[in-house]
Design a protein around this ligand. Structure first.
Ligand code: PHE
Length: 377
């Protein structure tokens, strides 16, 4: 089922430019598939806003190859089984030259084979599961991958939390969660850590008391929940209700205002890794934060917004370097992205089409996200 929501973002002045110039070369159509509604809407909306800001800035500065960008965004409602259909539609009907998306690894995995078969480059802003870019040489990302995130989380648990015995609560229906659990466990065990119990849940579950009740008597030093914010917030709440007082921590799937809205006092003192901090004093980050706030009613951009922005900018500079919008040439240009100074750090695309970058650790203090530390890869 293709969803009804459909947006086109073409600045008014671009239409004017096209109207006055009979020789206008047209527009560069970029397709975005995003979770604008549904369970991960906070991620999808943030990422989309960052993407939109990038496209508008690019167009305002004259576009690329003398053409303006047109961003065509389709909502997959955070549902499984929508993204492949949307990718097909964007490619065959709208004739987009590239795809941007998705935040969630599971949904990027659905669209990637479509992009690959059509030889249309796809850039995921923030899907961190390694399998995403393994789908083919047309699939890229601008974020770090979970083997790195898992290793940094293991290091953080051991050195900062001083946790030796950790309980693991994994969402078995999310490729991201399953992957991150594994990539945490391996280095954690290798460095003398112990996983005292492993419990499972599924996306959309609301009641985690059985799992938490099983965890309690194992007396872990900390509980690792590699999942998304909705379930993570409920898990924190129910853990505190059951008298579990040890730290809970997660990965980049935790970063959404909903974590605090749903979790309330129960998420005070939690930790998670993510891709960037708006508290960074780097001039480029501060400019991005200001521009984003101006455009979106004072909203502070989170990691998804910054990655959405970087994904569109990396694609645009690849099209510029390729000198054409032809898929194979844009693909080749993306593959040679080197030292691109992004908002989320310096982006160099490696041989596996991934970016190796630092991670940031964030906590919740007095109902606010607070930067803790940067961990280098
Ligand atoms: N990295 C997560 C995934 O791959 C999704 C995510 C994106 C989480 C951006 C936070 C920020 O599924």
């Amino acid at each position: 089922m293709i969803t009804a929501l459909r947006f086109r973002w073409l600045p008014a002045f671009a239409a004017t430019v096209l109207a006055v110039s009979a020789s206008a070369a047209g527009v560069i159509k970029v397709g975005e598939f995003a979770s604008l509604t549904g369970k991960e809407a906070a991620f999808g909306q943030s990422s989309h806003k960052g993407t939109l800001l990038a496209i508008e800035e690019l167009n305002a500065s004259g576009g690329v190859l003398g053409q303006q960008f047109e961003l065509i965004t389709e909502d997959n409602q955070s549902k499984q089984g929508e993204s492949a259909t949307i990718a097909k539609k964007l490619i065959s009907r709208d004739k987009v030259v590239a795809l941007l998306g998705e935040v969630a690894s599971g949904r990027s995995l659905e669209a990637a084979p479509i992009a690959q078969n059509a030889r249309i480059p796809m850039v995921s802003p923030s899907s961190t599961n390694p399998r995403v870019t393994e789908m083919g040489n047309y699939v890229f990302r601008v974020c770090f991958i979970d083997p790195l995130q898992g290793r940094l989380l293991a290091k953080f648990a051991q050195s900062t939390l001083k946790a030796k015995r950790v309980a693991l609560l994994t969402s078995v229906s999310s490729p991201y969660s399953v992957g991150l659990a594994k990539f945490f466990k391996e280095p954690f065990l290798a460095h003398g850590g112990e996983i005292v119990i492993e419990q499972k849940y599924s996306e959309n579950d609301k009641d985690f008391k059985a799992q938490l009740t099983a965890i309690k008597p194992t007396h872990p030093d900390a509980i690792f929940v590699p999942g998304y914010y909705t379930e993570a917030a409920l898990i924190c709440k129910q853990a505190r209700d059951l008298g579990l007082t040890v730290p809970l921590f997660g990965g980049d799937g935790w970063e959404a205002p909903q974590l605090i809205e749903i979790g309330g006092a129960a998420v005070e003192g939690i930790y998670f890794t993510t891709h960037y901090s708006p508290e960074s004093t780097a001039p480029a980050v501060q400019k991005f934060v200001q521009d984003f706030r101006t455009k979106f009613a004072g909203e502070t951009p989170d990691a998804m917004a910054a990655l959405g922005y970087d994904s569109a900018m990396v694609l645009a500079q690849a099209i510029r370097r390729a000198g054409t919008t032809e898929g194979p040439k844009v693909r080749a240009a993306l593959a040679t992205t080197k030292n691109y100074a992004g908002i989320t750090g310096v982006i160099t695309i490696d041989g596996q089409r991934n970016a190796t970058k630092s991670a940031v650790v964030v906590t919740v203090q007095d109902g606010q996200f607070k930067f803790v530390e940067t961990i280098a890869p």
